[in-house]
Design a protein around this ligand. Structure first.
Ligand SMILES: Cc1cc2nc3c(=O)[nH]c(=O)nc-3n(C[C@H](O)[C@H](O)[C@H](O)COP(=O)(O)OP(=O)(O)OC[C@H]3O[C@@H](n4cnc5c(N)ncnc54)[C@H](O)[C@@H]3O)c2cc1C
Length: 467
């Protein structure tokens, strides 16, 4: 490797890591900067990660294909790829199976690698990063196999780390009938077809899990504290939010406290209902401004939002594809799926280990073949057992973000140490920036962050010193 080659390591080859690697290669090709990208993830696939790793064709993207381009400046790119893949013209308004999107991201990386081959290469390592250590002129990654990788800069694209389990009552955590992570490959495979199931959580993960499990001969029960289901997307052809300019002047970007913000959202929803017959554009038009609105909220109001308003916001913001909504409505009408507001207060596993009896706060008790954790992933880094995250916090390379959510990051995504200063050439994107940005977990935000990180790292990281 020539001594002036920049080495960038990317931990995580889900959507965020794959997009970051592709944009690094594009930027290297554009600038002529010699670059090697080491993309590390134990997963067999590249691009799929947790979100696009499911092979169930009923698990759909919750964004229409026309808005899922990997490249912010090439709007129809995913639709063109889909058309080429299937041999017929794809519909930009369709909600397609998520696995296809993972394959598209892998193809996008391959395309960037081919275009950049004179300047840059990507090396895929099927391994897990256990630690990132600082060196005088960069960092060293320690991998699970015992190998090490030295790099001038690192991007942590760790995504959805561990399932949230803070709600677990005694008696359930160690039960053989408890499924901690429904997205683990094969996690649902050995639930007997004739046994009922309890899903804890009623968000998008529950909706997908219910689609997989609901079948004649079995009742799927779903509970959450609020019992609220995600709202469906509007039918095709309905009103869309007017295009918004992030950072542009707009009445939506003025500072508000939480009460003012709620008033604003209600006012805009009423306005859009009157103009277009639909409240959804009010949520969509806010989306590009959410990082700014979040940062402008007083910390006590952000805390209050997390404690009292979060679910109400999430069921309107994270919506269901229409086909999923129709399938769940039919399952509820036929009694295959029940949805209630209740908490799990206790659980006892039968002596033969085949069933678990769960007590609920509404006084019911259910005997089921499995309890599946659909409460989503843990965003509070201080709660995670992951050795890489714990090591970064313990060494002071990283500090928790506002409200403990994700890592604290500078405006360019660089990790900030406890004193608010960067300690190492380590950046992150997506889910791990939740505390600073709030709206940062989906592709429209991640693809922009990936491009900005690539430009930042390739144009401002000094060339390695000749040896
Ligand atoms: C079920 C689900 C469905 C979603 N659907 C949509 C959608 O339709 N549209 C949309 O825009 N957004 C969707 N999202 C949001 C989603 O989070 C993002 O779109 C995106 O997929 C996140 O990608 P990621 O790479 O950050 O995370 P992940 O998909 O979680 O991938 C992280 C990767 O990092 C790897 N990793 C973790 N730790 C290490 C380590 N120490 N060393 C090496 N590798 C490591 C993991 O193995 C994994 O492959 C969905 C999210 C979920 C959970």
């Amino acid at each position: 490797m020539p001594t002036d080659t920049l080495r960038v390591a990317v931990a995580g080859a889900g959507a965020a890591g794959t997009l970051a690697a592709a944009r690094l290669l594009d930027t290297a090709a554009r600038t002529g900067r010699r670059t090697v990208v080491d993309l590390v993830d134990p997963a067999p696939h590249t691009g799929r990660g947790l979100a696009y790793g499911t092979d169930d064709p009923r698990h759909l993207l919750n964004v229409p294909a026309g808005r899922m381009s990997a490249r912010p400046d090439a709007a129809g790119d995913f639709v063109r790829w889909l058309s080429a893949r299937t041999g017929h013209e794809a519909d930009p308004g369709a909600y397609v199976p998520r696995a296809l999107f993972g394959d598209y991201l892998a193809a996008d990386l391959d395309r960037s690698a081919a275009a950049a081959r004179d300047a840059a290469t990507v090396r895929r390592h099927h391994d897990r990063v256990l630690a990132v250590e600082q060196l005088p002129d960069g960092v060293r990654l320690r991998l699970r196999t015992g190998a090490t990788l030295d790099a001038d800069a690192v991007i942590l694209a760790l995504g959805n780390l561990e399932p949230a389990t803070a709600w677990l009552p005694p008696g359930l955590a160690r039960s053989p009938r408890f499924v901690a992570d429904p997205w683990r490959p094969g996690a649902l495979a050995d639930i007997p077809a004739d046994q009922d199931v309890l899903l804890v959580g009623t968000g998008l993960t529950m909706c997908d899990t219910a689609r997989t499990l609901a079948a004649p001969g079995r009742t799927v029960h779903a509970v959450s504290r609020h019992g609220l289901l995600p709202q469906p997307h509007a039918a095709p052809g309905a009103a869309a939010a007017p295009p918004a300019r992030p950072g542009g002047r707009s009445p939506l970007t003025a500072p508000h406290d939480l009460t003012g913000l709620k008033r604003l959202v209600r006012h805009r929803a009423a306005l859009h209902r009157r103009l277009h017959g639909d409240w959804r554009p009010a949520v969509d038009e806010l989306r590009p401004h959410i990082p700014l609105l979040w940062q402008q909220l007083p910390p006590s109001d952000r805390q209050r939002f997390l404690a009292t308003e979060l679910r109400e916001w999430e069921v309107h913001r994270h919506r269901l594809p229409p086909a999923t909504d129709r399938a769940l409505t039919a399952a509820r009408q036929s009694g295959l799926l029940t949805v209630r507001a209740a908490e799990v207060t206790g659980a006892d596993t039968a002596d033969d280990g085949r069933t678990v009896t769960v007590r609920l706060s509404d006084g019911r008790s259910l005997t089921v073949g499995a309890v599946v954790n659909c409460t989503g992933t843990e965003s509070r880094v201080g709660q995670l057992a992951d050795p890489l995250v714990r090591g970064l916090l313990a060494s002071g390379t990283a500090a928790p973000g506002p409200h403990g959510l994700g890592f604290d990051t500078a405006s360019d995504g660089r990790l900030l140490a406890a004193g608010g200063r960067p300690a190492a050439p380590v950046w992150t994107l997506g889910q791990l920036r939740r505390g600073n940005l709030w709206e940062t977990t989906a592709i429209p935000e991640i693809r922009v962050q990936a491009g900005e990180l690539a430009t930042r790292i390739l144009t401002r990281t000094p060339a390695p010193a000749p040896v």
